[in-house]
Write a protein of this length. Structure first.
Length: 301
């Protein structure tokens, strides 16, 4: 191990792009981020990445290879994980994770691992959920845009880059073989980074599915932006729906108020129409009462 405390040289880490994140930062991954670049990409803390890689290697070494399952759905992770599997004997599930692999006893793919290693928390979310349901611990390679719920050991790393994933499995293979006693020193590890990076013969469609590091970051940012836009639209629509009943209530109150004022006006008018004849009647009564008095005065005179 290098004097820097890293399992390989810092230059090797930087050249592999292990530290290159995406343009998205989740609250779960804040603590692993070193800084934000001028182009908007978040950069992971290499020291924390190195610590977590070594912790993952140590945890893998505590289990029998047959009791571990690596889930690798992307071509780059699948390729490097397959090389790791050949050297260590740890099984790897390549390609799409079939729901029920760890919960459906009738499934042909049914497996009962005691430890699960996930390469892409987004694409392999089902594997994480089934592991959590079974109480199986999960190690996961997490980029800056990942959620980490139900993940027991987070390894902060560029989990989309070809060379980044190759370097990760290069380090893990070396450490696991050392703990297994297959090798007694790093010098005895005869495999280089190119061995893990070199793609085996695959279907063209699979190769085309994997973008470059920068393209992957941009794609992730676009997808997240679309999701955020959808959420904003939904919130606005829900607000409009909430406002409609309020407007209806306001209209109802206005109608009631107008009806009340109209009723009051009619009542006042009715009172006036009733009081007018009463005044006339009172005046007539006064006149009638006054006449006998006048006649009496005349007779006296």
């Amino acid at each position: 191990m290098e004097k820097t405390g890293l399992p390989v040289s810092q230059d090797m880490f930087l050249e592999a792009g292990v530290h290159i994140g995406t343009r998205i930062k989740t609250n779960d991954m804040k603590r692993f981020i070193f800084k934000k670049r001028d182009d908007g990409l978040y950069i992971l803390d290499l020291t924390k990445t190195a610590e977590r890689i070594m912790a993952a290697a140590k945890l893998l070494s505590k289990y029998q290879p047959k009791d571990i399952l690596i889930v690798a759905s992307r071509i780059y992770s699948s390729n490097a994980a397959a090389k790791f599997s050949k050297l260590t004997g740890i099984p790897v599930l390549q390609g799409r994770f079939v729901p029920g692999t760890m919960t459906n006893l009738a499934s042909k793919q049914f497996q009962e691992p005691k430890l699960v290693f996930v390469c892409d928390p987004k694409g392999e979310k089902e594997a994480i959920m089934e592991s959590a349901k079974n109480g199986v611990p999960v190690i996961a390679l997490c980029d800056t845009d990942n959620e980490t719920k139900f993940i027991d050991l987070i390894v902060p790393i560029n989990n989309k880059g070809r060379r980044s994933l190759a370097l990760l499995f290069y380090i893990l293979a070396r450490e696991v073989l050392l703990s297994q006693g297959v090798i007694t020193s790093y010098d005895q590890f005869k495999y280089d980074l190119n061995f893990f990076e070199r793609l085996e013969e695959t279907k063209p469609s699979e190769e085309e599915a994997e973008p470059s590091d920068e393209e992957a970051a941009e794609k992730e940012a676009e997808e997240t932006a679309k999701e955020e836009a959808k959420e904003t639209t939904k919130k606005e629509e829900s607000k409009q729906v909430e406002q409609k009943p309020e407007r209806a209530e306001e209209k109802s109150e206005k109608v009631k108020s107008e009806a009340k004022s109209e009723s009051q006006e009619k009542s006042a008018s009715a009172q006036e129409s009733v009081s007018a004849p009463q005044k006339v009647h009172k005046e007539r009564v006064k006149k009638i009462k006054g006449k006998p008095k006048q006649e009496a005065k005349k007779s006296e005179s």
